[in-house]
Design a protein around this ligand. Structure first.
Ligand code: ZN
Length: 189
């Protein structure tokens, strides 16, 4: 997920990889579950953190760097403005039931749809169950922007972008604006 106002910059051992953009097939189909908790997975997670920080994002899913695996990373503030950082492998999202559910409106953005934002209502709390890189169980409870991030990144791993949740007309507007920006000739230095 794209940041609106960036906090501290993280530095890690991974390699930043170019982010895939809307239209790339790897973003539009569900990712495969992780079955091996090995060095390759640990390296992937390091590259994901490096790529997220390079792109100034607050969350990144593996398929956004072209890897078809159910993993996301985040470094994102919650409702108390506390920055929370972590990785979730094979996440399962749990949202509050309709009776307890409160929706929050926010101008959401995505590193895979650069330079665009759109108002999107989502539940203001979310819980994700999954594993860490060693396979140990983790549970992440999110409020505020982190609640949105957990939903946004799990959606990625299910092959869904935030624009897919917008009304069809608004989705088209955002896509057209993205394409105009992408196809604009580079300005001379
Ligand atoms: Zn995204």
């Amino acid at each position: 997920m794209a940041a609106r106002g960036w906090g501290e910059e993280g530095v890690g051992p991974g390699t930043a990889v170019p982010i895939r953009h809307v239209g790339d097939p790897v973003l539009h189909r569900p990712c495969r579950p992780v079955t091996e908790f090995d060095d390759e997975l640990a390296g992937l997670v390091q590259d994901m953190f490096a790529s997220m920080y390079a792109a100034e994002g607050v969350g990144l899913a593996a398929n956004q760097i072209g890897v078809d695996r159910r993993v996301f990373v985040y470094d994102c503030p919650d409702a108390t403005e506390e920055w929370r950082k972590g990785v979730v492998v094979n996440p399962t999202l749990v949202l509050p039931g309709p009776a307890e559910r409160a929706l929050a409106e926010y101008e959401e953005g995505c590193l895979s749809v650069p330079d665009q934002r759109a108002e999107l209502a989502r539940p203001d709390r979310a819980v994700v169950h999954g594993s860490d890189v060693t396979g140990a169980p983790v549970t992440v409870e999110g409020t505020g922007l982190l609640a949105r991030c957990l939903q946004h990144e799990t959606d990625h791993l299910d092959g869904r972008l935030y624009i897919d949740l917008l009304p069809a007309e608004r989705r088209e507007e955002v896509l057209r604006a993205y394409e105009r920006e992408r196809d604009r000739p580079a300005e001379p230095d």
